[in-house]
Design a protein. Structure first.
Lengths: 361, 242
């Protein structure tokens, strides 16, 4: 395990260097290209959040996009309000069209930047936490977790589409103002913005890795294997599961906030089934056991999509599906598994000893 | 001092009373063997003590506290450890990680968040030395031999350091030498720990047991030293039929 940890850390450092130095250089510091890549990094963050709960504890949250969507709407609400200061009552334009009388109470707190940033992390965590308490106190595991989270997301997306007066409905929230940070009006086609997103991803990865490498990570891996046994060792399994679910949701919400910044709008499609399943595919391609590799998976698949969907407008989803099937069948541990196998071979080749020494006791 | 006091304990599965009005007292530091024919309720009794099964009626007092309705992880925190019939180590974790998991003095989330690798020294090293697994700490538990897996599980019990240890057929599938070594470890544990063992291997029982409780149809049939039990007519009747 210590050895694996060592590689994980090296992988993390290499990833950070590539993201911070390699990518901007390769893209020629071009604003448009950097913005596109920043989008991939935001998606890498939500993939990493999924890997945190799915890869370590085996809790597949098929509704990961719900918490991502909440984060993105939180940010969009703040920016929409900033863009609406000239309107009567400071109300967003779509509320005027649908005869809303005054700014609803649940929109008002988002006028404040700090409330917005906190809410983008805490609101998704609270929503996931509530779900987690009901599920995990009831000892629900495996495929049922996937079904419940998926159903919740579908319901949440419906609410956002149906409540057009308050959420902009199918159109989402568009016409947003640029983000005003203290002393910096964020230009999303600039190098500093790229570094903001990249920095967030690197910090989120670090937080995730610290958790995975602490005893919590060990307990979570043990939960994946035998939750009942852990209870007889004195661990409150539901508390650990709820914690990782909340942390994963908070990071997904964080990613959602960044995603709104990159694309300059929020849409109910961010909470769609297809988007949520895409996150699962990225994780599977990269390798759900490693946070860094899950991020890499998200970046690679989205890069491929960026290049290939121009050529195969209709066929891209088919290609994505085939890719997923290929990985599930031939590389169930994803690119991470491939990397581990390669490292093992490299390490073993100089000596010719049997793979695992097993001595009879 | 009575450390475990089971009073009139009953559990009903449908129409079957697996444990029926059981009364059992175990003293601090004692090593108690539970014997009985198949279906006598021995394993169910262990399940009731560790919380795997909830009692229909009756009370379980442990260390003066009523634990009858506590969740299993809370009982574990009170100091009750359980070894199951099927070796249950975490196969995907390495040997040392299994020990780390078992060393659960502080099983809370906050403590775990601030704990990183446990070094191989102190209690961890002592326990691993004792079961001769020190050379295998980085092996996955799934790659150990059957005997080693048994030892790992016993090492986990030692690392957990429970006041009361419940064991279900600890020597099942062991060779004669392994059984002897297990008996040796058990004998060194008594006094400090209280142990309840369900076991069929009479050879082993003779080596370790001070007092033996024989169960039949969910209640206590006889209790006493091994010699008394072997001379008991009712016990013979249950085992031999008629």
């Amino acid at each position: 395990m210590n050895r694996t940890n060592h590689y994980d850390f090296l992988g993390y450092v290499a990833f950070a260097i590539i993201i911070l130095l390699g990518v901007p250089f390769l893209l020629g510091f071009d604003g448009f290209e950097l913005n596109t890549f920043a989008r991939y990094l935001a998606l890498a963050m939500v993939a990493m959040a999924l890997a945190l709960s799915w890869g370590t504890a085996g809790l597949l949250n098929l509704g990961q996009a719900a918490t991502f969507g909440i984060g993105s709407y939180v940010m969009a609400m703040h920016l929409k309000l900033a863009a609406s200061t000239g309107n009567p009552g400071g109300m967003p334009d779509f509320m005027g069209w649908t005869n809303v009388e005054a700014l609803p109470w649940f929109w008002q707190p988002f006028q404040s930047l700090s409330v917005t940033l906190l809410a983008g992390l805490l609101l998704p965590a609270a929503v996931a936490g509530l779900m987690a308490i009901f599920m995990f106190r009831g000892r629900i595991t495996g495929v049922f977790v996937a079904i419940i989270t998926l159903a919740f997301m579908v319901a949440l997306q419906l609410v956002f589409i149906e409540e057009q007066r308050f959420t902009g409905g199918q159109n989402g929230l568009t016409g947003l103002a640029p983000l005003e940070l203290p002393g910096w009006t964020v230009d999303t086609y600039s190098l500093p913005f790229y570094y903001l997103v990249a920095g967030c991803l690197i910090v989120a990865l670090l937080v995730g890795m610290l958790v995975v490498r602490s005893k919590v990570g060990l307990v979570l891996r043990a939960i994946r294997e035998d939750a009942a046994r852990l209870r007889y060792l004195g661990y409150d399994v539901a508390a650990y599961e709820t914690f990782v679910f909340c942390l994963s949701a908070a990071i997904a919400g964080w990613a959602g906030m960044l995603y709104t910044l990159v694309l300059e709008f929020a849409s109910p499609t961010y909470m769609s089934v297809s988007f949520s399943l895409a996150i699962v595919i990225w994780c599977a391609v990269g390798g759900r056991e490693s946070l860094v590799w899950a991020s890499v998976g998200a970046i690679l698949v989205n890069l491929a999509e960026g290049r290939l969907s121009d050529m195969f407008v209709e066929g891209w989803l088919l290609i994505l599906g085939l890719l997923f099937i290929f990985f599930v069948i031939f590389l169930p541990r994803g690119l991470y598994g491939l990397a581990v196998a390669a490292m093992d071979r490299l390490r073993r080749s100089p000596r010719t000893e049997p793979p695992v020494p097993v001595k009879e006791g | 001092m009575t450390v475990l006091d089971i009073q009139n304990l009953t559990v009903q599965f449908g129409g079957l009373k697996a444990v029926n009005g059981l009364n059992l007292q175990v003293q601090q530091g004692e090593l108690r063997c539970l014997l009985g024919p198949n279906g006598a309720g021995k394993s169910t009794t262990l399940d009731l003590i560790c919380g795997k099964t909830r009692a229909t009626s009756g009370r379980i007092l442990f260390d003066g506290a009523d634990i009858t309705n506590l969740a299993e992880y809370r009982r574990a925190r009170h100091g009750i450890g359980r070894k199951f019939q099927v070796p249950s180590v975490f196969k995907e974790l390495t040997v040392i990680e299994n020990i780390e998991i078992a060393r659960s003095r502080r099983p809370g989330l906050l403590a775990a968040l601030t704990t990183f690798r446990t070094p191989l020294r102190g209690r961890v090293k002592e326990v691993l030395d004792r079961v001769a697994l020190t050379d295998h700490i980085d092996s996955k538990a799934g790659n150990l031999s059957h005997g080693q897996t048994q030892w790992l599980e016993i090492a986990m019990l030692l690392a957990q350091d429970s006041k009361l240890i419940l064991m279900d057929e600890p020597t099942a599938g062991m060779t004669i030498q392994e059984t002897l070594k297990t008996a040796e470890i058990f004998n060194s544990l008594r006094g400090e720990h209280t142990i309840i063992v369900v076991e069929h291997d009479m050879q082993f029982v003779r080596q370790v047991a001070q007092r033996v409780t024989v169960m039949n149809q969910g209640s206590v049939l006889a209790e006493g030293t091994i010699a008394e039990i072997e001379a008991d007519a009712r016990v013979k009747a249950v085992y031999l039929g008629h």
